[in-house]
Write a protein that binds this ligand. Structure first.
Ligand code: UD1
Ligand code: CA
Length: 432
């Protein structure tokens, strides 16, 4: 089946309604550009996938092309042939059946497209019924079935009341595209070449057009940031359902956000408000309330509440408590219970990081490493000025600023101004 179908994804438009300097198809859903989700579904169905680009084309190729090997980018002549019809004019699909997808539909998946592949009509087009059909092209249906699609900006007041809308996905016989694309005109409100006009053109010649009723949950188009937020909710539900079925426990799952690129293994427990992003891998761990994990690996550990694990961290057999920030650090068999910053560091087994400990990793110009060995006791409120090596079995007294490059195995490091007590000072000061 895979080699009988060509897929064309339209991604050349600007997306003015997004009110954004970023091209619409690059806006993210669950951490990936919208276009990524569509290409992923397309590659499950076809080995001839073309993506039509124009607006910000270098950026689109860079951000999405890097993630896939097997796609062809085609540039639309958007200057002379703007519009969704114009977008198809430079594409030469290899196969007899051509599925055309809008790049702003991140919620489609391979299953939801099956109906288009089963049909043998000249054009199979997607329709859904909406109470509020604003923003979509309306489908005019007569006694003989679908007659034409009228865009909102060209629709009469009567046509605007139509509840059947064009979802924006079509399967064409390739000959239909070859015959009718050259016949499109831009005589409409937007002065664009509308792909949707192929319906009326081929209907007039007696071709067979089959409407396919689809659901909004898979075929919702994203035109505004409001649509983006609504689609995000649906995508999040799918991602979380998948991981819950794989054994992850989620408390108040609606409050949890997990990006598409994240992986869980074993039985993990996520409390409310947890956010996990990037290429994170979480194995048999407990992420407590409102913990954020970015692009990191966590194994057999408990983290939070309210901890921030920043990119490129590796945490294994470790306890991390509240208000701890970790960045680009490796912690194995460590306890860091409260209020610390551990950045650009390696910390080894049996080591305890006291409350308020800070790795001073940055001197205003460069970042430096802190290496901490086994069984080290880092007393509360210590600062470790990097670069620094703390060898095994070291004690660092509370309140110490470690400025040496190295503290040798078995030592105590302490830096303190001597404390003194002034008797009855309070009573003299307040004169009572
Ligand atoms: C389009 C349909 C409309 C349908 C809706 C469904 C047309 C004329 N209208 O409208 O009937 O209800 O989708 O979501 O097709 N694009 C290009 N080149 C362009 C213009 C657009 O590649 O010159 C791409 C865009 O990047 C986008 C897709 O085509 O991914 C759809 O364009 P958009 O402007 O969102 O079309 P709609 O107005 O939503
Ligand atoms: Ca759209």
């Amino acid at each position: 089946m895979k080699n009988k179908l060509s897929i064309i994804i339209l991604a050349a438009g600007k997306g003015s309604r997004m009110k954004s300097p970023t091209a619409k198809v690059l806006h993210k859903i669950s951490g990936r550009p919208m276009l990524y989700h569509i290409i992923k579904a397309s590659l499950e169905l076809s080995d001839d996938v073309s993506v039509v680009i124009a607006h910000q084309k270098e950026r689109v190729m860079e951000e999405v092309g890097a993630l896939f090997d097997d796609i062809t980018f085609v540039t639309q002549d958007a200057e002379d042939f703007p519009g969704t019809g114009g977008a198809l004019m430079n594409v030469t699909p290899k196969n007899e059946t051509v599925l055309v997808l809008n790049g702003d539909m991140p919620l489609i998946n391979a299953d939801s497209l099956q109906g288009f592949l089963d049909s043998d009509a000249d054009i199979t087009m997607s329709i859904f019924r909406l109470e509020d059909s604003s923003g979509y092209g309306r489908v005019v249906i007569g006694n003989n079935g679908v007659e034409r699609i009228v865009e909102e900006k060209d629709a009469s007041e009567e046509e605007k009341k139509i509840h059947e809308v064009n979802a924006g996905i079509y399967a064409f016989k390739r000959t239909v595209l070859e015959t009718y694309l050259p016949k499109l005109s831009n005589d409409n409100a937007q002065e664009e070449y509308y792909l949707t006009d192929l319906v009326a053109l081929s209907k007039n010649d007696g071709l067979r057009i089959e409407p396919l009723l689809v659901d909004e949950e898979h075929f919702k188009g994203v035109n505004s940031k409001f649509d983006l937020a609504e689609s995000e909710v649906i995508m999040q539900q799918r991602i979380k359902e998948k991981w819950m079925k794989a054994g992850v426990i989620m408390q108040l799952s609606d409050s949890i956000y997990i990006e598409e690129s994240v992986t869980f293994e074993g039985e993990c427990l996520l409390e409310n408000g947890v956010r996990v992003t990037g290429d994170s891998l979480i194995t048999t761990s407990h992420l407590k309330a409102h913990t954020v994990v970015e692009d990191s690996i966590i194994k057999n550990s408990d983290i939070g509440p309210l901890a921030h694990i920043r990119p490129k961290s590796y945490i294994e057999d470790t306890h991390i408590g509240n208000f701890v920030e970790v960045k680009k650090a490796s912690l194995k068999g460590v306890k860091a219970g409260h209020l610390s910053y551990i950045g650009d560091a390696q910390v080894d087994t049996g080591t305890n990081i006291g409350a308020g400990v800070i790795t001073c990793n940055y001197d205003g110009k460069k970042k430096y490493q802190t290496i901490i060995g086994k069984n080290v006791f880092v007393g509360s409120d210590s600062q470790l000025v990097a670069p620094v090596i703390i060898e095994d079995d070291v004690m660092i007294a509370a309140g110490t600023t470690v400025t040496a490059d190295k503290v040798e195995k078995g030592s105590l490091a302490v830096s303190r101004t001597p404390m003194k007590t002034v008797k009855n000072f309070f009573y003299k000061f307040f004169d009572n």
